[in-house]
Design a protein around this ligand. Structure first.
Ligand code: DC
Length: 220
């Protein structure tokens, strides 16, 4: 069974998806990591982030896949594990620009559907997994939370890593990225038809995980 988990950044989506996969013994696919890998390739090769044709060529030229022996599976760019290089702010910002390009999305969607064929017990996490990539998935989940709560969570995360950040600036960045992800012409971020929408603002990650595992067991 395929479980799609979509929603904006800061909803705990990634941790929850990994934990749901672990509890059910399913594979876990982080599709954001794929857009991040393309963004890293663009930065490394000096491809302009507003040049849709060049980004489309790049996405069709490079190879993005995962080392499935690692937990969580580690994204690779042309065979090189780059999982540890794609979480910097520069790559995050570039990824949301790369992700508006239709040819980049087409290339990633094909790869994701192929993963779904090879690994049919899958928890797949992203923005368009329920709307575009796996519209027939047995369980589709959309996680949400207010922008303020997501900025607060992000601030705590960064502070835990020893980084000092301004809350207002984080909130502004989150709003800008939301606007880009929801406002784009191709595969805008929104709940899929039939998706279970969970507002995580006042829930712990454990509560959200529990809810999704319960839904999955009901539908198995
Ligand atoms: O979830 P994330 O922050 O790692 O995603 C990185 C960027 O890629 C973010 O701007 C949203 C975009 N993305 C997307 O458009 N479609 C997906 N399925 C996953 C991520």
């Amino acid at each position: 069974m395929i479980i799609t988990i979509d929603g904006p950044a800061g909803t705990g989506k990634s941790s929850v998806s990994q934990e749901v996969a672990r509890r059910l013994g399913y594979d876990f696919l982080d599709t954001g990591a794929m857009y991040r890998a393309i963004a890293l390739a663009a930065i490394r090769q000096g491809v302009a982030l507003d040049d849709a044709d060049a980004l489309g060529d790049l996405a069709e030229r490079v190879q993005v896949d995962f080392d499935w022996t690692q937990n969580p599976p580690a994204v690779r760019l042309d065979g090189e594990v780059v999982a540890h290089l794609i979480r910097q702010e520069q790559v995050s910002s570039a990824a949301s620009k790369v992700a508006v390009v239709a040819r980049v999305r087409d290339a990633m969607v094909k790869l994701q559907q192929e993963v779904g064929r090879v690994r049919p017990n899958l928890v797949t996490e992203g923005r368009d997994q329920g709307t575009v990539v796996f519209p027939g998935a047995k369980l589709k989940v959309y996680l949400d939370a207010t922008a303020e709560e997501r900025a607060r969570r992000r601030k705590l995360q960064l502070e835990a890593k020893g980084e000092q950040v301004d809350y207002e600036q984080l909130l502004q960045q989150i709003r800008e990225r939301d606007a880009r992800d929801s406002g784009r012409a191709v595969a805008p971020l929104k709940p899929a038809p039939g998706a279970v929408v969970i507002d995580t603002t006042t829930l712990t990650q454990q509560q959200v995980t529990e809810k999704i595992v319960e839904l999955a067991r009901e539908r198995q």
